[in-house]
Design a protein around this ligand. Structure first.
Ligand SMILES: Cc1cc2nc3c(=O)[nH]c(=O)nc-3n(C[C@H](O)[C@H](O)[C@H](O)COP(=O)(O)O)c2cc1C
Length: 156
């Protein structure tokens, strides 16, 4: 099975989890890149606003076509109890290209339910697996639940 991990990460936490999953299951990776500068305090505030208002952004062109993969695992940080604006944009732009999808996120503590629900609604598909990890777990390398997520994926 051909698997792609498409993720966005503003400060590297979701990237750390994406790297772990990719290594474990042997997937290709696409880092979704935003053209908006989200660094620093201003970048944080813009991200919070865009998450809250469910705004779209302008992405750099992805290198890979999700339609070429049997499963796309999509990873996002939680912004204001929502998916991040770059992942919302990616899903909107490619919503008809996903054969199967799984979702993961990193977050301080809450917002994953809304994010996963909306991610599924945008692409019109129920995810085959989901994983929400707290930032502190990812930073500490506490990947026990990520291992379980990978085991679910491998069974598909
Ligand atoms: C603008 C902004 C809003 C956030 N809102 C939430 C939130 O609503 N709930 C939560 O649990 N974490 C929230 N966080 C924390 C991030 O989801 C968390 O730090 C995540 O691991 C960052 O991942 P990254 O390093 O891949 O960008 C927010 C972070 C930012 C920058």
């Amino acid at each position: 099975m051909k698997i792609l991990i498409a993720y966005y990460s503003r400060t590297g936490v979701t990237k750390k989890l994406a790297d772990f999953i990719a290594k474990k299951i042997g997937a290709e990776m696409e880092e979704i890149k935003d053209t908006v500068n989200r660094a620093g305090v201003l970048g944080y505030m813009l991200a919070g606003r865009d998450g809250m208002k469910r705004r779209l952004t302008k992405l750099e062109s992805p290198k890979l076509n999700p339609a070429d993969f049997d499963l796309v695992i999509i990873g996002t940080p939680i912004w204001s109890w929502n998916m991040s604006a770059p992942i919302r944009t990616y899903l909107e732009e490619y919503k008809n290209q996903f054969k199967q999808a799984a979702f993961f996120c990193t977050m301080g503590g809450s917002g994953h339910e809304t994010a996963f629900k909306e991610m599924g609604e945008i692409i019109g598909k129920k995810p085959v697996a989901i994983l929400s990890l707290k930032t502190k777990e990812a930073v500490a390398g506490d990947f026990n639940r990520a291992d379980e997520f990978c085991a679910e994926i491998i069974k598909i």
